[in-house]
Design a protein around this ligand. Structure first.
Ligand SMILES: [Cu+2]
Length: 150
């Protein structure tokens, strides 16, 4: 039992370290948001319940380049939720989410159906603000998260 607890603690520390990298990134560095419904359990955020992406909240400077990498074994999307201050109750997406589009956060974006072990297009954090996004397939799981551009 003690060994099991110690292992869990180490895992939490590792997760915190990994999550800290994007937050401390400067404007010119690239940031990866990992995508996995099975690995990233739901957590509470100021925007509502997040899940399926790591980190749940990615904080970056203006100019940072962001991409999503699917580390799961099945397909997901990372699709902007337009004009929302918190996660809507029902899915905000339509089939347009399945088409990869957008290279800036302010212009709106979707990764399209991102297959396992593949990465999205690069998306530039072009303007300060809070950008919510989620998965077309699993929005209610929940599978949604936030990017804060400072
Ligand atoms: Cu998904």
């Amino acid at each position: 039992m003690i060994r099991r607890l110690a292992g869990g603690f180490a895992l939490v520390l590792a997760a915190c370290t990994a999550g800290g990298i994007p937050t401390s990134s400067g404007g010119s560095g690239g940031v990866t948001i990992d995508v996995s419904l099975t690995q990233f359990a739901p957590v509470q955020t100021p925007y509502g319940q997040s899940g399926g992406y790591s980190p749940p909240i990615t904080t970056v400077s203006v100019g940072t380049q962001i991409h999503f990498t699917n580390v799961d074994s099945f397909a997901h999307t990372a699709t902007e939720i337009p004009g929302a201050a918190s996660f809507p109750t029902g899915s905000p997406f339509n089939a347009g989410a399945l088409q990869q589009h957008g290279t800036t956060l302010s212009g709106g974006f979707s990764s399209g159906a991102l297959q396992p072990n593949s990465s999205s297009q690069t998306i530039t954090a072009d303007q300060p603000g809070t950008y919510l996004f989620g998965c077309f397939f699993h929005y209610g799981a929940p599978m949604r998260a936030a990017i804060v551009v400072q």
